[in-house]
Design a protein around this ligand. Structure first.
Ligand code: UT7
Length: 329
């Protein structure tokens, strides 16, 4: 049985933080940020917003597109590494906001690979025949974790949310084809966030992202290239079979290096990192929604998703796109 995406949506906070704004905050320049990352601007959530409020907006857009009732949602899986709090889960909070009272809810923290993990967990649970559908959300309020005095990291990240509805496919030609994942806990200190947490028996209150940029860059290029090659082999596909690659939007240089390693044509590699920066678990569903509304997804297209992030965790998923209706916006 195949499961397929039947609705999708995204939410980006209104506030835009430009490179010119960052020039006033840290010792950096628009030229440096664009040349080294490809990012021109990113979105920053308001004081009233959180991962759950942004995720709920994206979820409601996906539910509208799938044309299903909120009460029929069986599962809510939220991928986030910037949850509203330690507990309850962001999925439970979103359940309450949207009124999906029949759903079973939990979060996944696999950092930038989180949305793909959520997609495959949802796929497996639907295949277990216990559930008919799943609402998979990636939502990140990374601006709350960023150290705004650290130029090595603060230029990269942004806030936002994206969501999809996953259901049993009515046509076996459409849906998730296969996946590959990997993890390396030994390199966890290359990219991590301090508190809040229970490490050393105390709650560390000050949250900050700390990253060894160069090392993470190399791992990102190598592992996303390698896991995609493995998945293509596993599925007996070649890169020519991929109509569009929608990678985690980490850095334009990372995407260009992967495209070169895998011989992906320029037009077959989707990027919107210039507008939103790295939104971690939200980046793939935001990008997918943008590609959908830009009419870049055709029925029968073979899509490749690939992601890499803290953990370290990485993965690739191949999906045959079944067209869905665009709701009135
Ligand atoms: O989703 C996965 C999560 N993370 C990532 O994917 C991030 C992966 N890493 C990267 O994207 C890149 O490593 C960065 C964008 C973070 C940094 O780019 P880089 O080309 O690796 O630069 P670098 O760290 O080697 O630094 C080069 C120089 C250094 O100065 P010196 O030592 O050569 O004098 C840095 O201090 O650039 C300096 N620098 C900056 N200069 C201006 C670092 N950040 C900045 C900045 N503005 N924002």
């Amino acid at each position: 049985m195949q499961t397929t995406i039947t609705g999708l949506g995204s939410y980006l906070p209104e506030k835009i933080l430009t490179n010119a704004d960052l020039e006033k905050m840290v010792d950096t320049s628009n030229e440096w940020i664009i040349e080294r990352t490809g990012v021109s601007e990113r979105r920053i959530l308001s004081k009233e917003e959180s991962s759950s409020t942004m995720g709920a907006e994206a979820a409601l857009a996906a539910i509208r597109a799938a044309d299903i009732s909120v009460k029929s949602i069986d599962l809510i899986i939220v991928a986030t590494c910037s949850p509203d709090g330690m507990f309850p889960s962001t999925a439970n909070r979103i359940q309450a906001i949207i009124g999906a009272k029949n759903a079973v809810c939990f979060d996944i923290n696999s950092a930038c690979n989180g949305f793909l993990s959520g997609l495959i967990v949802g796929n497996s649970l639907i295949n277990s025949k216990q559930y008919n559908n799943a609402l998979i959300i990636g939502s990140e309020a990374l601006s709350r974790l960023v150290d705004w005095s650290d130029r090595n990291t603060c230029v990269l990240f942004g806030d936002g949310a994206g969501a999809v509805i996953l259901e049993k496919s009515k046509n076996d030609a459409f849906g998730i084809v296969d996946f590959q994942f990997g993890s390396d806990g030994n390199n966890g200190d290359l990219l991590f966030a301090t508190g809040p947490g229970s490490i050393k028996n105390e709650l560390v209150k000050e949250a900050k992202i700390i990253m060894d940029g160069q090392n993470v860059f190399k791992h990102a290029v190598n592992t996303m290239s390698a896991v995609t090659k493995d998945l293509l082999k596993q599925t007996n596909l070649t890169i020519e079979d991929i109509d569009l690659c929608i990678p985690h939007q980490a850095n334009i240089r990372i995407l260009n290096a992967i495209a070169k390693n895998l011989s992906i044509d320029e037009g077959a590699m989707f990027s919107n990192v210039n507008k939103y920066g790295n939104t971690s678990a939200a980046s793939i569903p935001i990008a997918l929604t943008e590609a959908f509304y830009a009419n870049m997804l055709n029925e029968g297209d073979t899509l490749l998703f690939t992601a890499f992030g803290a953990g370290l965790n990485w993965g690739s998923v191949i999906l045959n796109w079944g067209q869905i209706n665009k709701p009135e916006k």
